[in-house]
Design a protein. Structure first.
Length: 258
C-alpha cells in the first residue's frame, strides 16, 4: 500500500498536475494540503472519475485539507485539530481508511517571525503534540502526514545558515517537532534514509528546483503499530519539474500487507 502527502498549492488551478501524478503513481491514500478552495468548489466528481473517494475541509483562498483513497471507503473522524474552538483555519482532517487512522495536517508557516503568526504556529504545534499523544495512547495504526512547515535538522535544508531567521527553522519549531517525534512516532523518510539529503519543497524563486536548493517540509509520521510494515519511503521530486507544478513534490511511503 502506498500512502502519500502532497501540498498541491491550489487544487483547482493545479488539478492537471494532481491528476497526472495520480494516474502515474496510483497511490492508495493521499493527504492533500493547501486546497485554496471553499468546500463547495472541491473537485469531487473529477476525483471520482479517477477512482478516488475523498473527504475534505476547504477554505476560501487559502488553507484547506483533504484525504483521498483509491477504491477505498473513508470514514471522517474530525476536521479540526482539538484545543482551540476559535481557530477557524482549515488545517486538519482525520479519517479511517483500510483499518488505519489517516491524519492530514497543514501546519502554519509562522512568518514573519517573531510575531503573532509565529506564536500561532507554536500554539498549533502544542495542540498537535497533545492530540498526537492521545492518538498514541489509543494504540491503533496511525499515519500523521502533511506539510509540517518545519525543517527538522540541518540535513533537511540546502544551506542551513540562510534559514536561521525563518520560522521554518527557528529553534522553537525544530524543538517542538523533535518532541512530537519523541513521543514514539517514526519519521518514515528519515528512518529509512538517515543520512541522505532529501527535499520536498523548492521555492519558485532563483531557480531553486534547478539548483536543488530545497527543504524537507512534508513528513509522514507513523505510530508503532504501523512502523514494522514500512518497506519504502521517498519523494516524487520529478513532479516539481512539471509545467504549473506546486512548489512541493509528493512524499510517500509503502507499507507491506498486514
Amino acid at each position: 500500500m502506498k500512502i502519500a502527502t502532497f501540498n498541491i498549492n491550489g487544487i483547482n488551478g493545479r488539478f492537471p498536475v494532481l491528476a497526472r501524478w495520480l494516474e502515474e503513481q496510483r497511490p492508495d491514500i493521499v493527504c492533500i494540503q493547501e486546497l485554496k478552495a471553499p468546500s463547495d468548489k472541491f473537485p469531487q466528481r473529477e476525483l471520482l472519475e479517477l477512482g478516488y473517494n475523498a473527504v475534505w475541509h476547504g477554505q476560501k483562498m487559502w488553507n484547506g485539507v483533504a484525504i483521498l483513497a483509491r477504491g477505498l471507503e473513508l470514514q471522517e473522524v474530525r476536521n479540526t485539530l482539538p484545543g482551540d474552538a476559535d481557530d477557524d483555519h482549515s488545517r486538519y482532517i482525520e479519517a479511517i481508511v483500510s483499518r488505519m487512522l489517516i491524519c492530514c495536517l497543514y501546519l502554519p508557516n509562522g512568518n514573519p517571525a517573531p510575531g503573532p503568526k509565529f506564536d500561532y504556529k507554536l500554539a498549533w504545534l502544542k495542540r498537535l503534540k497533545k492530540h498526537a499523544k492521545y492518538l498514541l495512547s489509543e494504540q491503533v495504526p496511525v499515519v500523521l502526514a502533511g506539510d509540517y512547515n518545519v525543517i527538522p535538522t540541518a540535513l533537511d535544508v540546502y544551506k542551513p545558515e540562510r534559514w536561521e531567521d525563518n520560522a521554518l527553522y527557528f529553534p522553537q519549531a525544530r524543538k517542538a517537532y523533535k518532541e512530537l517525534v519523541g513521543q514514539g512516532w517514526t519519521d518514515a523518510i528519515r528512518h529509512l534514509h538517515p543520512d541522505e539529503r532529501i527535499y520536498t519543497f523548492w521555492d519558485y524563486l532563483r531557480n531553486a528546483y534547478g539548483r536543488d536548493a530545497g527543504l524537507r517540509l512534508d513528513h509522514l509520521l507513523l505510530s508503532p503499530q504501523i512502523t514494522p510494515r514500512l518497506i519504502a519511503a521517498g519523494v516524487d521530486r520529478h513532479v516539481r519539474g512539471w509545467e504549473r507544478a506546486s512548489d512541493h513534490a509528493p512524499a510517500w511511503i509503502e507499507l507491506m500487507g498486514e
